[in-house]
Write a protein that binds this ligand. Structure first.
Ligand SMILES: Nc1ncnc2c1ncn2[C@@H]1O[C@H](COP(=O)(O)OP(=O)(O)OP(=O)(O)O)[C@@H](O)[C@H]1O
Ligand SMILES: [Mg+2]
Length: 429
């Protein structure tokens, strides 16, 4: 657990970048710092590994004041990932990833093996290991940056806008990769972004900062979207707050009607009787897979459903997808209903518009009451992504430092791995 206890950072010119910040970053969770440019996110992050020292207050790592730990030792337990990866341009990919283990004195072969294992783990083709960073795409470089930060298996990972410089599609896949890795690794992660969609997608908890280094709100994403603390947070969350919130509500509670599923072999007359006043029936094949919708008023007097042209359908996975996924599925069909399927794609029931309305009314009713956590909705959380945000182009630390060819432990290493031997790195003050 990382604890900020009344932490203030005042730079030499008097700028208060962080103002009396108190918050906890729980072990094994992703805590996101989000807020507009200049609100103190990077400063807060870098105070954790003492690249910047706090002016007032204390930061505790598992109860120990980071000021009492010398920076190199501190940073050995803290991986650090920055925008555009900050890879060393003159080193091969595998050597980039092996940097920190080598700094820690590992044998070459062991460090290399570890690097290869991590490259595989972050989803990189091992053929890329012997390339140089400029021979990789931005997204691939970013994966290498994550692998490098994980190389010495640190319990804590600090990530400062790591995915901001790649296009929205690559960004979405990097985000998903991070969530997948985190499910295995359970690191304590502090993730900085200015993109609220990224924040609610990745964060177990989201800290919204306001310029001047004030913490405006700290909550799990569902609560944040349901109950913003003030006008600033409400505005920062943006317009689709209500819809986006549905991503955090499971569709599990939606009432399903199995009686509206009809096998394609059914004859039209008995299907008509079965509808019992419902305007649409969902037609399924012999393996229960959905085929499409038939309008009851269009049913012929004889023959089976197999001869009919069916209307398109949308599905959601019962017990996994969110209410947003279920609502989306209803909008993909002229029936206005959604087909609920199981994990294997077999239809288990129909969610009528009426049933969805009931579920939506329940969600609306819970605003101001207690909102559910992020946990239960699993795979559907991904539907929040895609806004991408502005693609920004800050120069990478290592690439622009002019110290190409430098040995391990150089200033460039200190900057982009956070692992320098010297001082607190409070440069720029
Ligand atoms: N070395 C410095 N000296 C003086 N002021 C600084 C210094 N570094 C940062 N600041 C100021 O501190 C404030 C917070 O900066 P910080 O880099 O933490 O913001 P941020 O939230 O990370 O912003 P961004 O989203 O643009 O990266 C800003 O007003 C910035 O100008
Ligand atoms: Mg920043």
């Amino acid at each position: 657990m990382i604890t900020f206890n009344g932490v203030t950072k005042r730079y030499a010119d008097g700028t208060v970048a962080v103002d009396n910040l108190s918050l906890e970053v729980p072990t094994g969770e992703i805590t996101v710092f989000v807020g507009p440019s200049g609100c103190g996110k990077t400063t807060s992050l870098r105070m954790i590994n003492r690249m910047i020292d706090a002016t007032e207050g204390r930061i505790l790592l598992d109860g120990v004041d980071v000021k009492t730990i010398d920076p190199p030792t501190l940073r050995r337990g803290i991986g650090y990932v920055i925008q555009q990866a900050g890879l060393f341009p003159h080193r091969k990919i595998v050597d980039n990833v092996a940097t920190v283990p080598l700094l820690l004195g590992w044998e070459r072969k062991k460090a290399r093996d570890r690097a290869m294992e991590l490259l595989e783990r972050v989803g990189l083709d091992l053929k890329l290991a012997d390339r140089y960073p400029f021979q990789l795409s931005g997204g691939q470089q970013q994966r290498v940056g994550v692998a490098r930060a994980l190389a010495a298996d640190p319990p804590v990972l600090l990530m400062d806008e790591p995915f901001s410089a790649v296009d929205p599609i690559v960004r979405t896949s990097l985000q998903e990769e991070l969530l997948r890795l985190q499910a295995e690794l359970n690191k304590t992660i502090v993730f900085v972004t200015h993109d609220i969609d990224e924040a609610v997608k990745l964060g177990d908890r989201v800290a919204v900062f306001r310029v001047g280094g004030h913490l405006a709100q700290l909550d799990d994403p569902a609560t944040l979207l349901a109950r913003p603390a003030d006008d600033f947070v409400r505005e920062f969350l943006g317009r689709d707050r209500g819809i986006r919130r549905l991503s955090f509500v499971s569709a599990e509670g939606v009432r399903l009607r199995a009686d509206l599923l009809v096998p394609v072999s059914t004859d039209a007359a008995s299907a008509s009787a079965r509808a019992a006043g419902e305007p649409w029936l969902a037609v399924v094949d012999a393996g229960s897979r959905p085929l499409g919708w038939v309008a009851v008023k269009d049913l012929p007097e004889s023959g089976t459903l197999a001869e009919l042209e069916l209307a398109p359908y949308g599905t959601f996975v019962s017990g996994r997808d969110s209410l947003r996924g279920a609502l989306d599925a209803t909008l993909l069909s002229p029936s206005g209903n959604a087909v609920a399927v199981d994990g294997e794609g077999r239809a288990v029931g129909v969610a009528t518009r009426e049933a969805l309305d009931e579920a939506l009314a329940e969600v609306a009713g819970s605003v101001g009451g207690s909102a559910g956590g992020k946990g239960g909705v699993g795979g559907s959380v991904g539907s929040v992504g895609g806004s991408g945000g502005p693609v920004r182009g800050a120069g990478s630390a290592a690439g622009s430092s002019g110290s190409a060819g430098s040995a391990a432990g150089s200033a460039a290493d200190a900057e982009s791995t956070g692992l320098g031997a010297e001082g607190t790195g409070d440069a720029g003050e």
